[in-house]
Design a protein around this ligand. Sequence first.
Ligand code: HPA
Length: 247
Amino acid sequence: MTKTIAIIGGTGLTEPKQLRVLTAHDIQTPYGSTSAPILEGEMAGYRVLFLARHGHPHRIPPHQVNYRANIWALQKLYVTDIISINAVGSIAIDAMPTRAMVVPDQIIDYTWGRIHTYFQGDMEAVKHVDFSFPYTESLRELLLQAAHHAGKKVVNGAVYGITQGPRLETAAEITRMERDGCDIVGMTGMPEAALARELQINYASLGLVVNPAAGKSSSVITLKEIQAALDVGMTDVRDVIAQAVRL
Ligand code: HPA
């Protein structure tokens, strides 16, 4: 099977500037509609697909994203590899300060109430997928190599804790997550990664740190500071993506 990459763009990346868009797919799935039409186009000579996780314009909060429809539709378009872009807060602030890019290698899922599996309802057999290593190692390696080619620093390995949102965390919740071993915190990593695994699609995440997590700096978290970090940091993310599709 030839490799086909899809980018799922998160907050700050709703438009794929480097993609020469050829078609927009409006796919109806057994699970409902995708967050936005899936754009198909060409980047550096390769077929690449793009989906804005929160819709375009950005309007769907993390707990209301139709993750099942999104991943199902990408598979329908023969996507083999998903690069997920996630804006995150930093718990391990020394190693991963604001604007750092991170390729996580582990997940702790704190979300609740999200529809998180394809294996429900009237099924012939219960299925339990292996999720020991939630990200596809070869795709993680590709992102690291892409960052290297782009001349960008990236942190290799982090535990990504995913919270329900849409509110940010309390300082005590972050302290607990730190005790649990989380390095970064965000709201969109799950159930997306697990659904990709259920459909056997390769999946890796490129996280951009946009703020110190709650209680990790002397001030409260403002949307203005997050926006400023997104504005600058997404340029780095775009540069890494541009290299990743070539590798
Ligand atoms: N917490 C949860 N999700 C986030 C954060 C945060 O601090 N920053 C960006 N997404």
